[in-house]
Design a binder for this molecule. Structure first.
Ligand code: GDP
Length: 479
């Protein structure tokens, strides 16, 4: 039971409480002490085992080398705000209007495919239709690698900006080759040469300067250089990547967008990464499952099947998956349902374990009281540095006696950020104090999800009173 485990750990020199999360080393230590062989299983491995129990393999294996055929590159457009990412995605799509079937109506489904010619050969390219690196990183955070090539858009009249570099770093972290689109060359003051020299400082050297990166001058607005850009994407793919997939296997891939449609129910856009997805297939996508009732392409045209690199909107799921969830075709609906249900159950228990792990200020005081912890850790964020310092000073002056201590882990000016919440989590059970500031949306969501306590005050003495009262109250002898 937890109490005995805590005792054993204490003997081993590990100061822990029953609700605390512990490191892998500590778990190994505990296992060794109790003569158990401890195996640490990642959520990914756990999921792979779940699929394997149904004889389903998800992953790299695509069978025989001989069965692989070329597939189109999947491209994400990234770059600084206002440098023309959205415009470029629109222009690429519209210049390919000739290739579209008559009567088709453009549907924004999260990705689209265009056809171009290279050396007289018809080639396709898939574009992810959400510009920016948020989508890119959100999907990567779920372990989904969707993008083969990143197009880095830099406005020639504005040059390299912080987000340009951020985007570049994301592409590099994902090991994705970059093609640079030097945009807005139609504008007065455009200096495409400067963009090239600026990026040299970040080790992105244009081919014409002896490097290996293709730079293409374009105007998304005037439609200049678009064909050259498409060509550069294909040349980069051919030179640096071996994009092949086996179309003759049960389809696998990633959901890139999903929502609940009033009339049609859950609608998900998926990108097929290997195999061929067909109407009638039973699929699981994260915790969602169902049978593919219909598939639509980005022109609203119904498709019977979708080969590798093809993005399609799928109807027929029973719930809405998350962007970045993997999908996989399974033998039948029953298997799909079982896998989805087991994933959902596992997710719920993981969430419960998490929410039980961290404690609120009140609970922490209780732990202080019971002598379980002897230190209250705080992170203080305020609107101006004067108030942060004043609050910190005042809090540290609270006389709490010998038994308990207050410690400020971090202080700063500005909104409560994800960094603050991460810090509170890392230091297990620190409380965040917001003085006249609110959390950023992402920070608030993270705090809610992880059960990190954030306290808001707008008057210093209230903050002091509350913490002092609690600390003193609990340190008062009760009898
Ligand atoms: P995003 O924030 O990177 O998606 O940028 P947008 O695509 O929204 O473009 C920002 C602004 O720049 C819009 O007003 C576009 O019309 C304009 N813009 C985009 N590309 C060009 C271009 O090639 N030339 C000119 N002159 N304006 C452009």
């Amino acid at each position: 039971n937890p109490a005995s485990l805590v005792q054993i750990l204490l003997h081993l020199g590990e100061m822990v409480t029953a609700t605390q999360s512990v490191s892998e080393e500590t778990l190994q230590l505990l296992g060794a002490e109790l003569d158990y062989d401890v195996q640490i299983v990642s959520p990914e491995e756990e999921d792979r085992e779940l699929l394997e129990s149904f004889n389903i393999e998800f992953g790299e294996d695509q069978g025989d080398e001989a069965d692989l055929v070329p597939r189109p590159p999947v491209v994400t457009v990234m770059g600084h705000v206002d440098h023309g990412k959205t415009k470029l995605l629109d222009t690429i799509r519209n210049t390919n209007v000739a290739a579209r079937e008559a009567g088709g109506i453009t549907q924004h489904i999260g990705a689209y495919q265009v056809t171009t010619t290279l050396d007289g050969e018809e080639r396709k390219i898939t574009f992810i239709d959400t510009p920016g690196h948020e989508a890119f990183t959100a999907m990567r955070a779920r372990g989904a690698q969707v993008t083969d090539i990143a197009v880095l858009v830099v406005a020639a009249d504005d040059g390299v900006k912080p987000q340009t570099i951020e985007a570049l770093n994301h592409a590099r972290a994902a090991d994705v080759p970059v093609v640079v689109a030097v945009n807005k060359i139609d504008k007065e003051g455009a200096d495409p040469i400067k963009v090239r020299s600026q990026l040299t400082e970040y080790d992105l050297v244009a081919e014409e300067y002896g490097g290996s990166t293709l730079f293409v001058d374009i105007s998304a607005k005037e439609g200049i250089g678009i064909d050259n850009l498409l060509e550069a994407i294909l040349l980069t793919a051919d030179a640096e990547l071996d994009l092949r997939a086996n179309p003759d296997m049960p389809a696998q891939g990633v959901a890139i967008e999903a929502h609940l449609d009033k009339g049609r129910g859950p609608v998900a856009t998926v990108l097929v990464q290997r195999g061929t997805l067909r109407v009638g297939d039973s699929i699981v996508c994260g915790e969602a499952f169902g049978r593919v009732r219909a598939m639509l392409d980005d022109n609203g045209k119904a498709l019977k099947e979708a080969p590798p690199s093809c993005p399609v909107q799928v109807l027929g799921l029973t719930s809405v998956p998350r962007a970045g969830d993997n999908f996989i075709v399974v033998p039948d609906d029953r298997v799909a349902r079982q896998i989805a249900q087991q994933r959902a159950a596992r997710q719920r228990s993981a969430e419960m374990a998490k929410s039980g792990r961290r404690r609120t200020l009140e609970e922490m005081f209780k732990d202080l009281e019971k002598g379980k912890v002897s230190e209250l850790k705080l992170i203080i964020k305020g609107d101006v540095s004067g108030s942060v310092e004043a609050l910190e000073d005042a809090l540290l002056k609270i006389d709490v006696g010998e038994e308990a201590k207050l410690r400020v882990l971090h202080r700063g000016v500005g909104a409560i950020t994800e960094y603050d919440v991460n810090l509170a989590m890392a230091d297990d059970n620190a409380v965040i104090i917001g003085f006249n500031v609110r959390p950023e949306v992402r920070a608030r969501e993270l705090a809610e999800r992880e059960g990190v306590d954030i306290r808001y005050y707008s008057v210093i003495y209230q903050a002091i009173e509350e913490i002092e009262a609690a600390l003193k109250g609990l340190l008062k002898p009760e009898y």
